[in-house]
Ligand binder design. Structure first.
Ligand SMILES: [Zn+2]
Length: 72
């Protein structure tokens, strides 16, 4: 693979940048798919998607600050 443009996906819950193969779970809300490092992050997002989407619209690189078990 010589593709240098690795697309990193932002986990808006814990703030991790994920390589595509690290994405454990996704959630689609209003036709936008969000990527998460684990099911716990996804569940937190799914609990209040409108809140997190509004937060992201305001501050795209600001995570919810949740420290999930995957983040060390
Ligand atoms: Zn996470």
């Amino acid at each position: 693979m010589s593709n240098l443009e690795t697309q990193l996906l932002f986990d808006p819950i814990c703030g991790m940048w994920l390589e595509p193969q690290e994405v454990a779970s996704t959630y689609t809300y209003l036709q936008v798919t969000y990527a998460f490092c684990c099911g716990q992050c996804r569940d937190l997002f799914a609990r209040a998607p409108e809140f997190h989407v509004a937060q992201l619209a305001h501050e795209p690189r600001q995570s919810a600050g949740y420290r999930c078990p995957h983040q060390c």
